[in-house]
Ligand binder design. Sequence first.
Ligand code: FE2
Length: 365
Amino acid sequence: MTYLAYANERVLFAGIDFSGLTNIPIVVDPYDRYLGEHTELGGSIYDVHSDGSGICYSTARRPIVNMRPNHRHWVHSCPRKLPFDLYLVDWLEQKNFEYDVITDHDLHHRGEDLLRQYDAIMTGSHPEYWTSSMLDGIDGYLDHGGRLMYLGGNGFYWVTAVDPERDHIIEVRRGYAGSRAWPSHVGELELASTGEVGGIWRHLGRSPNALVGVGFAAQGWDLKTPGYKRLPASFDPKVDFIFSGIGEDETIGDFGLVMSGAAGDELDRVDFELGTPPQTMRLATSQGMHSAYYLVAHEDMMVTMPTIDGTNNENVRADMVYFETQNGGAVFSVGSINWLGSLSHNGYENNVSAITENVLREFIK
Ligand SMILES: [Fe+2]
């Protein structure tokens, strides 16, 4: 769903001034340049029509040029989404794990029954777009003792629909209050495909915090991207299995192929008021380590205020969490898009790789 939502994204050509967004030089990938020149390929759900109204549909039945292994995203000149998720596939190969790849469409159609065949499920880097039946599937899996590793950021965020008759078409209505690329017109919040109310799941009572312990908090793109510092809960014997081989004062993931750090791009944090389960253990955080290029998610800003960046707002952070669910289930979340980009550092010998492996080995025991 995320790949389809971003398919042929051409925000760069919308005439918006992105010069203050990041200190990373914006590099236009040849595929993006092609998109700018060929508007007949259709935009993404991040783009608008020529009259300024938002594009709320995307189809797989067209050439999609920006979901290819060698595409580099303009915002940080690195892989993002599909090419980025290949870092996880590469790591699974390197480590000789046996795995299957399940698409969001598979989960949408087959739900919990599909997931229940597996001891553990790992997400990609940016599982942002979720249909209600996908959420039901993962909910049911966890309720029946499934184990989930949420290895991304800004996940479980937008209400998404698949056209019931045309599986290749998805629909998203941006609504009025999430961190959005365009606003819905008044009275246009319902998804035409299903009749469901659109927007972000948080505003419909299904926050990511309740599902995976963390939910969207901040975003930023910066040459200096931090890792995580361990918190007291990480020394609880209950989570020894996660931190086996990791030093007490080690920074986790202050390296990586994307912006040189594991806690970067879009970030998620713990919030008990938003539904983070009370038994959640907050193991590590990037709190206080982000620059002013990292900004708080505006749905967390109740009134306009000046303290909205990584240097002055404690909500600008990624939290790493672990909690157990009923029937022996468990969830481990890292709350950052960049995590997977740090797996291969130093020949796969590093603390991001080690923590990921520690958790996975425990979950598939
Ligand atoms: Fe996104």
